[in-house]
Write a protein that binds this ligand. Structure first.
Ligand SMILES: *[C@@H]1O[C@H](CO)[C@@H](O)[C@H](O)[C@H]1NC(C)=O
Ligand SMILES: *[C@@H]1O[C@H](CO)[C@@H](O)[C@H](O)[C@H]1NC(C)=O
Ligand SMILES: *[C@@H]1O[C@H](CO)[C@@H](O)[C@H](O)[C@H]1NC(C)=O
Ligand SMILES: *[C@@H]1O[C@H](CO)[C@@H](O)[C@H](O)[C@H]1NC(C)=O
Ligand SMILES: *[C@@H]1O[C@H](CO)[C@@H](O)[C@H](O)[C@H]1NC(C)=O
Ligand SMILES: *[C@@H]1O[C@H](CO)[C@@H](O)[C@H](O)[C@H]1NC(C)=O
Ligand SMILES: *[C@@H]1O[C@H](CO)[C@@H](O)[C@H](O)[C@H]1NC(C)=O
Length: 821
């Protein structure tokens, strides 16, 4: 794996070098009777007069070569190529050639002489092969008439000025970074309407425009039979079926490409010539799960908020490298043999198409009975909007989960498949730190570049077995990224097997659980917290959020994202309630309350516990910043938000709330919840970008407080006039510690550590905590360590050299994380 990555890198570099050199060592046309071969170095390529496009041979690694047209100034190989003659038949690196033969044909032959590709220009007087500034590769006669052009045979890309007509279509590639033909196409259908189709190994299915709506409802027209669509030079696309759009950077002078990607979405990209990178300026299917076929048979697409594929209970992924193969049942589902059966509810989920039973206005029980009675019924969708509609399915394709879907899917399963475990798995070697990761649909990189590492997070869960239908739930099974990559699975330290599941509670349930919100155990900027007991005897903390005007969907999506974040040092969220104006969150209850109650009380924490809390908190934050499904910045780290369980294991509470509340534009209180004075990083006041380093700062203040045993932060609290002097105290303390460290002295801890401990503490640990604390409260956020490094220092597994300036990680943070869909 590593080796092949390396090779890919080498070839990419070679390719880039060749691309760069091609500007100098190339001609602008090829004469009849001459040829290009893969081995030729001079000239290898034709370049358009203004230098925008080049064409010639190139490889992606190995000995396979393609004859292609590409953007010269694009950064990486895969996103540079706009047209390929032999996408499904690469030729050998030795002896293959493109010949402009004496009979007028341009032909590509492989090393063994077999013809791979040729133009239809037999016995014409074609004289020249040229690449034009538009990216069109043409054969011209001596008078300049075009006899053949690559624009008539697009692959997956349409360039400005290149018409899409009734005889041609765009066909996606099979995988990112490759050229071979895939399953998605963009074309004019026989009814004159532009459409997108998934044509996979098992099924074909139209998914754009919305197949549930009529042509007219989709804003199209089928009257004009000319069937022509074109993107103009300023980024305006117009089709004869009245479909049109503008690129978001509408205007002339920008290089653009309209590409149907391997994931089935159609995107318009603009090239930044100075960086060679592409940005998306229009997207056909913003809700990516509506693309058909992406998760294969039985698979379900859901937003995390990035779209991911998952398998329903009772099913497992067929081929981890290829989601088109979908999910297979874990036990045989031969319909005559799976009695007795039960139905498992998949809320907000539907499978599109393959309706075996259609019964409008059916009661739930009759729908269930219809599906029970039909051996071929694999499950049914029961829609709740307006009339209750029943759809029994013979095949499960195009599954998607969408918070606003009014209805559920009820999956037929043998009674024996039952389990209610959730296991969170992830690979150990993957790192969030090298770049984009989990590319979201709103702002994807051009393609997922071949060498880039992907973070792997697997959530695995099963539904509660349900005999009778009333029961709720099921979230998902394998939750896997689209990316086809290895599939390492390591159950890691810090993760737990959980039972029970994340769910929605009714207001009434919570009212009963908390005895009408009787026992208030805390309150903060984001709301009040009440202790309660669920009917299953779990003790919970119910947080009542202040006024929030979120739409249900947004709240649902956000909260379920938070609900999936799971780490031993994070307070577990068990569910939520969203009814009318009421927004409540249900957490596990922490017996020992919050850290401040122990740290600053008359009965101080012993040293062992303090260190454990410092380390656990650092691990929890490192997880939030670097490893979990979606990077989360906490924004309000302070002792009040560190809760302790019966074993004094620290658990960070309120994570994810900053984002939740920030989303709520109508909430004018945001300034209040974004931090607590004394723990807030200077960035807040200076109006600098907010990154994960704000949490590092707050953590630093807190760690120093844990060493000192007093509210250090209170020194900076207080009235404005005194504020400065008091702040000097913290700064003074830090300066003194720094002075000691710089002198190379063993940091003398005796006069610093909480005197209530009467000298009973670990010198080394205290020194390391001071070291971390001081580094974390650096004014300049770039000088603060990441939380990962903080953990390493605390563990003593590295020396202080790690405290060099570290680039900001997770700087996509709460502020920029794109919204769902
Ligand atoms: C080659 O095919 C294209 C597209 O089908 C057509 O427009 C063109 O006339 C053909 N050329 C010759 C010389 O047959
Ligand atoms: C059909 O569409 C084409 C391209 O948009 C346009 O030029 C032509 O005028 C249209 N024809 C009719 C009858 O509207
Ligand atoms: C695109 O921009 C043009 C010119 O500004 C405008 O006439 C047209 O309505 C726009 N189309 C869409 C779909 O926004
Ligand atoms: C291209 O990228 C550079 C560096 O990110 C940026 O400064 C510049 O504004 C970009 N240009 C355009 C046209 O977006
Ligand atoms: C299902 O079971 C029946 C009866 O045993 C058998 O005849 C049939 O071939 C089986 N079908 C499949 C798809 O395995
Ligand atoms: C739907 O069912 C209800 C109750 O069974 C009935 O009152 C109603 O008339 C039905 N509506 C239609 C359109 O059949
Ligand atoms: C994963 O990391 C371990 C050490 O942390 C290393 O031994 C192993 O080779 C790595 N595996 C891969 C596939 O990089």
């Amino acid at each position: 794996m590593v080796r092949s990555r390396f090779l890919v890198l080498v070839y990419t570099l070679l390719f880039l070098a060749v691309m760069a050199s091609s500007v100098s060592s190339s001609s602008d046309r090829l004469k009849r009777g001459s040829s290009l071969s893969v081995e030729d170095r001079d000239p290898l390529h034709l370049v358009s007069p203004d230098g925008t496009f080049a064409c010639g041979f190139h490889g992606l690694g190995g000995n396979a070569f393609w004859f292609s047209v590409w953007f010269v100034s694009s950064g990486d190989t895969a996103s540079a190529v706009v047209w390929t003659a032999n996408r499904d038949r690469p030729v050998n690196g030795r002896g293959s050639r493109l010949a402009f033969r004496g009979d007028g044909i341009l032909a590509l032959t492989d090393a063994d002489g077999s013809s791979v590709w040729a133009t239809n220009t037999t016995s014409t007087n074609a004289q020249w092969l040229e690449i034009l500034d538009s990216g069109n590769l043409v054969l011209k006669d001596p008078l300049g008439t075009i006899l053949w052009q690559s624009f008539d045979y697009p692959t997956d890309t349409l360039l400005p000025g290149q018409p899409l007509t009734k005889n041609i279509k765009l066909l996606s590639s099979l995988e990112s970074g490759g050229y071979s033909s895939g399953y998605y196409s963009f074309f004019f259908d026989s009814d004159n309407v532009l459409k997108m189709l998934y044509d996979g190994p098992d099924i074909s299915s139209l998914y754009w425009p919305d197949p549930d709506l009529t042509i007219f409802q989709n804003g199209r027209s089928n009257y004009n039979s000319s069937r022509i669509a074109v993107l103009d030079g300023s980024g305006h696309f117009l089709s004869s079926d009245q479909f049109q759009f503008n690129s978001s950077d509408r205007g002339p002078g920008i290089s653009r490409r309209l590409t149907i990607n391997h994931d089935g979405n159609l995107r318009l990209y603009s090239l930044n010539k100075s960086t060679g990178t592409w940005s998306v300026t229009w997207l056909a299917v913003p809700q990516h799960c509506k693309v058909h076929g992406i998760c294969g048979q039985n698979g379900i697409c859901l937003y995390t908020p990035e779209p991911k594929c998952t398998c329903p209970p009772g099913y497992e992924i067929s081929d981890p490298d290829d989601w088109n193969k979908g999910c297979k049942p874990t036990i045989s589902m031969n319909c005559s043999k799976i009695h007795p059966v039960k139905f498992v509810q998949l809320p907000f989920t539907d499978y599109h198409g393959f309706d075996l039973i259609y019964s409008p206005n059916a009661s739930f029980n009759s729908c269930r009975q219809l599906c029970l009675d039909d051996c071929n019924c694999r499950g049914f969708t029961y829609r709740l909007n307006g009339e209750r509609t029943c759809f029994g399915k013979s095949l499960l394709f195009n599954g998607y989960n969408q918070p606003n879907f009014q209805g559920s899917f009820y999956l037929k399963l043998p009674v024996s498949t039952a389990s209610s475990a959730i296991v969170v798995l992830r690979s150990k070697n993957t790192s969030c730190r090298n770049g984009g990761n989990l590319v979201s649909i709103g702002s994807p990189s051009m393609y997922d570049s071949v060498g880039s590492k992907t973070k792997w997070v697997y959530l695995y869960s099963f539904a509660t077995a349900i005999g009778t239908i009333e029961a709720f739930v099921v979230l998902m099974a394998w939750l896997i990224s689209f990316k086809r990559d290895g599939l390492p699975m390591v159950l890691e330290e810090g993760y737990r097997v959980l039972s029970g599941q994340f769910r929605k509670f009714s207001y009434k349930e919570l009212k009963i659980a908390t005895q009408n919100f009787k026992d208030k155990v805390g309150s903060g900027g984001s709301g009040s917290v009440y202790k309660g007991t669920l009917p299953d005897d779990r003790v919970v903390a119910v947080k009542r959020l202040g006024n929030m005007y979120h739409g249900d969907e947004v709240f649902w999506a956000e909260v379920s994202m938070i609900g999936r974040i799971n780490h031993i040092n994070l307070v577990r969220m068990w569910g939520f309630c969203c009814e009318g104006r009421n927004r409540l969150l249900v957490y596990e209850f922490m017996e020992k309350e919050s850290l401040d109650k122990h740290l600053f009380s008359g009965n101080p924490l012993d040293w062992k516990t303090r260190f454990k809390v410092a380390l656990g908190t650092a691990k929890g934050l490192a997880y939030l910043h670097h490893e979990c499904l979606e990077w989360v910045i906490h924004c309000d780290i302070k002792p009040e938000n560190i809760l302790l369980d019966t074993d004094f294991e620290p658990k960070i509470s309120d994570f994810g709330l900053a984002k939740l509340l920030q989303r709520d534009r109508a909430n004018p209180e945001f300034t209040q919840i974004r931090g607590t004075k004394g723990y807030m990083a200077p960035e807040w006041a200076l109006n600098l970008p907010i990154t994960a380093k704000v949490d590092v700062y707050s953590y630093g203040v807190m760690v120093l407080e844990m060493v000192r045993g007093v509210r250090l932060s209170s020194w900076v609290r207080g009235k404005d006039e005194e504020g400065e002097d008091q702040e000097m105290e913290l700064v003074k303390f830090v300066r003194e510690m720094k002075r000691r460290m710089e002198k190379g002295e063993e940091v003398c801890t005796e006069d610093v550590v909480d005197e209530r401990l009467q000298g009973e503490y670990e010198r080394n640990q205290a020194a390391r905590m001071i070291q971390v604390g001081v580094a974390c409260v650096e004014e300049d956020r770039h000088k603060r360590p990441s939380m990962d490094s903080a953990v390493d220092i605390l563990l003593g597994s590295c020396d202080g050299s790690i405290l060099k300036p570290q680039p900001d990680v997770a700087n996509s943070g709460i502020v920029e994380i794109p919204a769902i869909g």
